[in-house]
Design a protein around this ligand. Structure first.
Ligand code: NAD
Ligand code: UDP
Ligand code: UDP
Length: 343
């Protein structure tokens, strides 16, 4: 008598965890940082369609209001112009943390800002998750494997990253973001999820963001030569955006922390990609070789056994099927409607 057992402070029950996707009660409050960007805006569409209340937090560095404008006026939708490097107070159940420039051109533009976004921005969102008991999902990247010495890449591979190179602000930034995520999980019992995303393409990508798929598609449409860097024999594996969004949601709703590779194992050299773009847009599209950028990884292909087994997920849309969907979006944005009858 008189002895009061010291109890752990009760954490808010997380309703999302146990119930299969699609059967859950509606109305979770979800924040999507970077939600006005390419991947984020597609994720927001799915969450809105499910009946969640969605708050997009974005500083519009590479994101655009146009990507989420169709939700304006919906009381379940809120858009906040905010930089995640600054603290933020919100009451939410889930945090999808995407805020970070993803294209090499964008993340090299201000490398120190990229590092701050990855480290301080992720710290702030983890602090928020801890305070309100929200589940936190980090969108990490295949770049944590660097120029990989193992092929295909399995989640247990620790990577081959140059810590002082021009890509390090992104690669090492994301690696630190993963570390922070695991330390909040172990140290503060925050429920976390980590996705390692491989090259993803689709509608709403920035037209001139310098990534290879957007470059080739825009160049072929504008009748400019497709710029192949180096000898074009380096490989990437390209995932259509709806497959990624499905994977991210399964990961968030599932019981496993990760990290999980989310990518399409279909591997292409840049010359093969150029050929697919020719077949899709213009068989006469020309190729021009350019000097490659520093530290460019030679090959990349995800081993997705873990996601298949534990999330029941695998991509459904091969490159030749996904590319035309992106091309029609680019066509509209580059030429307006007058091109809709073009080939
Ligand atoms: P994106 O550039 O279209 O989207 C990033 C969004 O984050 C933009 O809306 C941008 O304005 C916002 N943002 C950037 N810095 C911010 C800051 N400090 N505060 C608030 N908002 C900020 O890129 P994306 O392709 O949609 O990538 C989304 C996430 O997925 C990123 O974290 C990226 O690292 C990761 N990822 C993407 C790919 C891919 O191929 N698309 C591959 C691996 C990882
Ligand atoms: N933070 C935030 N929103 C919150 C709670 C915390 O932005 O709702 C930020 C906070 O400003 C801090 C970071 O998250 O910079 C880490 O917070 P935590 O409480 O883990 O650490 P501490 O504040 O003790 O450094
Ligand atoms: N790349 C290319 N032409 C371009 C843009 C990129 O050949 O116009 C190459 C680049 O050198 C790299 C690959 O395409 O080998 C993928 O580059 P991207 O910037 O899309 O993504 P990441 O390097 O981050 O995988």
């Amino acid at each position: 008598p008189g002895v009061i057992e010291r109890q752990q402070q009760p954490r808010r029950m997380h309703v999302a965890g146990k119930v299969p996707l699609g059967l859950r009660r509606k109305g979770l409050r979800v924040v999507v940082t970077g939600g006005a960007g390419f991947v984020g805006s597609h994720l927001v569409d799915r969450l809105m369609a499910r009946g969640d209340s969605v708050i997009v937090v974005d500083n519009f560095f590479t994101g655009r209001k146009e990507n989420v404008m169709h939700h304006f006026g919906n009381p379940n939708f809120e858009l906040i112009r905010h930089d995640v490097v600054e603290p933020l107070l919100l009451e939410v159940d889930q945090i999808y943390h995407l805020a970070c420039p993803a294209s090499p051109v964008h993340y090299k533009f201000n490398p120190v800002k990229t590092i701050k976004t990855n480290v301080v921005g992720t710290l702030n969102m983890l602090g928020l998750a801890k305070r309100v008991g929200a589940r936190f999902l980090l969108t990490s990247t295949s770049e944590v494997y660097g120029d990989p010495l193992q092929h295909p890449q399995v989640e247990t591979y620790w990577g081959n990253v140059n810590p002082i190179g021009v890509r390090s602000c992104y690669d090492e930034g994301k690696r630190t973001a993963e570390t922070l995520t695991m330390d909040y999980h172990r140290g503060a019992q925050v429920e976390v999820r980590i996705a390692r995303i491989f090259n993803t393409y689709g509608p709403r990508m920035c037209i001139d963001d310098g990534r290879v798929v957007s470059n080739f598609v825009a160049q072929a449409l504008r009748k400019e030569p497709m710029t192949v860097y180096g000898d074009g024999k380096q490989t990437r594996s390209f995932q259509y955006v709806s497959d990624l969004v499905e994977g991210l949601m399964r990961l968030m709703e599932g019981e496993h922390v990760g990290p999980f590779n989310l990518g399409n194992p279909g591997e292409f050299t840049m010359l093969e990609l150029a050929k697919v773009v020719q077949d899709t847009i213009d068989p006469n599209a020309r190729i021009e070789f350019r000097e490659n950028t520093a530290d460019d990884p030679h090959k990349r292909k995800p081993d997705i056994s873990k996601a298949k087994e534990l999330l029941g997920w695998e991509p459904k849309i091969p490159l030749r099927q996904g590319l035309p969907l992106m091309v029609s979006d680019f066509r509209k944005r580059i030429f307006g409607d007058r091109s809709s009858t073009d080939t």
